[in-house]
Design a protein around this ligand. Structure first.
Ligand SMILES: Nc1ncnc2c1ncn2[C@@H]1O[C@H](COP(=O)(O)OP(=O)(O)OP(=O)(O)O)[C@@H](O)[C@H]1O
Ligand SMILES: C[C@@](O)(CCO)CC(=O)[O-]
Ligand SMILES: [Mg+2]
Length: 388
């Protein structure tokens, strides 16, 4: 049997980085997905067979004989207690890293090793050393702020947990082939995906895996999640500056700045918390006429502008991000970085009354800089499954 799972990427409307330090943040799922499909193979004689990970978009395939996995991981290669996800110990992570190194990734693709380590950890913890093949494809740019690592961890955890019989989809959703899950199953997927994110990010807040698992728009603050019912659709243009960066390093950089200036940075995080709280209540307001919608959008834009200023103050803006801010401001549009920053993607709020002509002009100007623009639906589905 083949299990096909998908999990969405996300945008962060307010609160990235500060959320790692306990502030509130607001995030929403977008309609760009990572798909993980899984086929289990019958165990060969004497435990033969292999685990194959096929990263289709990158045209890369990796395999490990089950016997090699068992030898390297020993006890940890035994199926874990599925209902209680466990973190990857540092010894286990070192053994997994050695298994990944066997494949000698080219220097230009070395960033993949964290994703492969997370994949091997989730596979062997959830299924043990059973032979099987995972195929991953994604609409998301990797390492660009749209939550590719979380969508990868969520889709993979969900496919593995389904194959292990730990969770079960609840039937077709809205007449599509994609099936959704109940609250308890989603919670389990989210907990396992968080362990995968820890391997990739170092110190994740958990917001990216939560919004990818549950979908919709959420306010997230350590230990708590509120579903936001958006009063009117929020329209955003996403610009990928194509400047590569790494969330783990950026998160560590902000923490270092916080340890050098604890009081000052505490005030910055506190200000971001207020922005996220205010933004989440504005998002939920239902505006009925053009004047009300415009006033709501003006408030959102101002909060995004303030948040961008504070992100710059945390040291995570970048000249490419500043270029997008200037280009969009010429059309009176407000932008902020989204995700970890340092390059990656920028959000631009698209007012309801903005004509398609102006939107096309802005997009064309951004593309002239070599950036790539996406128009996305905000606040859609979370983790879902399709039976093959
Ligand atoms: N489809 C995928 N296949 C394999 N590895 C992936 C995939 N998607 C993400 N990854 C792993 O996640 C890493 C990118 O994660 P990172 O957290 O740095 O960026 P992001 O998740 O795209 O952005 P952000 O965390 O700011 O939202 C990649 O370097 C890779 O290790
Ligand atoms: C930068 C960060 O706040 C968001 C990355 O999308 C990291 C995290 O919350 O884990
Ligand atoms: Mg990430």
């Amino acid at each position: 049997m083949e299990v096909r799972a998908r999990a969405p990427g996300k945008i962060i409307l307010a609160g990235e980085h500060a959320v790692v330090h306990g502030s509130a943040a607001v995030a929403a799922a977008i309609d760009l997905y990572t798909h993980s499909s899984l086929q289990l193979h019958p165990a060969g004689e004497g435990g033969a067979g292999e685990v194959v990970v096929d990263l289709r978009d990158l045209d890369l395939s990796f395999s490990w004989p089950c016997s090699r996995l068992r030898e390297a991981l020993g006890e940890s290669c035994r199926k874990a207690e599925l209902q209680a996800p466990r973190p990857c110990s540092s010894e286990e992570l070192a053994s997994i890293a050695k298994l990944v190194e066997l494949h000698e990734l080219p220097e230009a693709k070395i960033w993949l090793s964290a994703g492969l380590s997370a994949c091997l950890f989730l596979y062997t913890s959830i299924l043990g050393c059973r032979p099987g093949k995972v195929v991953v494809t994604s609409d998301l740019p990797m390492g660009a702020g749209l939550g590719s690592s979380a969508a990868f961890s969520v889709s993979l955890s969900g496919a593995l947990l389904t194959a292990a019989g730990a969770i079960c989809a609840e039937g077709a959703n809205c007449g599509t082939e994609w099936e959704s899950f109940g609250k308890d199953d989603l919670e389990l997927v989210n907990l396992w995906a968080f362990q995968g994110e820890k391997i990739i990010h170092g110190k994740p807040s958990g917001i990216d895996n939560a919004v990818s698992t549950y979908g919709s728009m959420i306010k997230f603050k350590k230990g708590g999640l509120t579903n936001l019912k958006s009063g009117n659709p929020v329209k955003m243009l996403i610009t990928d500056t194509r400047v590569g960066r790494n969330t783990k390093a950026l998160v560590a950089g902000v923490s270092e700045r916080a340890s050098r200036h604890p009081d000052t940075m505490a005030s910055v995080f506190n200000a971001v918390n207020s922005i996220s709280e205010e933004l989440s209540s504005i998002v939920e307001l239902a505006a009925n006429d053009e004047i009300a919608i415009t006033s709501k959008e003006e408030k959102l834009a101002e909060l995004m502008e303030m948040n961008q200023g504070l992100l710059k103050c945390m040291g995570v803006s970048h000249s490419s991000i500043e270029t997008v801010l200037r280009a969009t401001l010429k059309y009176n549009l407000v932008s902020k970085l989204t995700g970890a920053g340092g390059g990656g993607c920028v959000l631009t709020l698209i007012p309801n009354i903005l004509s398609n002509l102006v939107l096309e002009k802005v997009t064309a100007e951004l593309e002239l800089h070599g950036f790539r623009c996406f128009k996305v639906q905000v606040g859609g589905q979370g983790f879902q499954l399709c039976r093959g």
